[in-house]
Ligand binder design. Structure first.
Ligand code: HEM
Length: 240
């Protein structure tokens, strides 16, 4: 194995560790953070099971984003299409991570390609709306453009790999399975793959420290996930 391969194998392990530990750290931190007030958006469920039922359309269809005006509707469209495409792309990519490849992953191969093609368009909607709407442009931070740019770059280099800078997929799979089985092997000989893969590593490292943690936050956000029972159960904060 050459020097570059050793470096990339090491970087992949570091990025995976930062992602997993960073994510878990945030999960614990969010749980430990007291919510001083009962603030579920009413009408809200009165039981925990009700909260679960409330969260399902929220997670699957981003229901509350569909409620506002035209700006929110555009956000909903771009956001929902983006997340569905992302999921399908990841499911398609699982063929690199499994051997033999399960039937259910094979099922997502064709639709995963279509998702890859729609992906940049959805991202474009998300980025353009930040420029076109004055109020949004004011509250947009560099971090918002950074993460959109990063994901656009990952999607575009993926498409380049698929259509223009073909790489040897057997080598790609050997590389990934080598990582997973803790027996690292040589990197695929493809600069475009190196770029695509490096961008993914950057995303993994960045994820736990960014707004991308909304992926977990949505499940415990007080306005959506609190039970509406202030009369039945006294809401006491640790310092009260
Ligand atoms: C955030 C995660 C990722 C995203 C959003 C992403 C996105 C994409 C997209 C949109 C494509 C083109 C469509 C397709 O062939 O599926 C693609 C292709 C590709 N991706 Fe990724 N990718 C990600 C992670 C990875 C990882 C971790 C690997 C490492 C194995 C990888 C390796 C490849 C390869 C080798 C191709 C070309 C596939 C082919 O030629 O059929 N990607 N990626």
């Amino acid at each position: 194995m050459n020097g570059l391969s050793s470096v990339f194998n090491l970087l992949a392990y570091i990025a995976a560790a930062v992602f997993v530990l960073g994510f878990l750290n945030k999960v614990v931190l969010y749980f430990k953070t007291p919510s001083p007030l009962k603030i579920p958006t009413t009408p809200a469920p009165k039981t925990s099971m009700g909260v679960v039922v409330r969260l399902i359309p929220e997670v699957l269809f981003f229901r509350s984003l569909l409620k506002g005006g035209i700006t929110e509707k555009i956000l909903w469209l771009g956001g929902w299409v983006f997340h569905v495409c992302f999921l399908l792309i990841v499911l398609r990519h699982l063929r690199f991570f499994t051997y033999p490849v399960p039937e259910c992953i094979m099922f997502f191969q064709q639709i995963g390609i279509w998702a890859g093609l729609v992906f940049p368009l959805a991202l474009l909607i998300l980025i353009v709306r930040r420029f076109l709407n004055d109020r949004l442009a004011t509250i947009t931070l560099f971090a918002d453009y950074f993460v959109l740019g990063l994901i656009i770059a990952i999607g575009s280099t993926g498409l380049l790999l698929k259509y223009f800078a073909r790489t040897n997929l057997v080598d790609v799979k050997a590389f990934i399975l080598g990582l997973l089985t803790l027996s690292p092997v040589q990197l695929p000989d493809s600069p475009m793959f190196l770029i695509h893969f490096s961008l993914v590593l950057i995303l993994l490292v960045y994820f736990p420290f960014s707004k991308l943690m909304h992926a977990w936050g949505i499940l415990i956000s007080p306005t959506r996930a609190q039970v509406d029972n202030p009369r039945e159960v006294r809401h006491v904060t640790p310092w009260a």
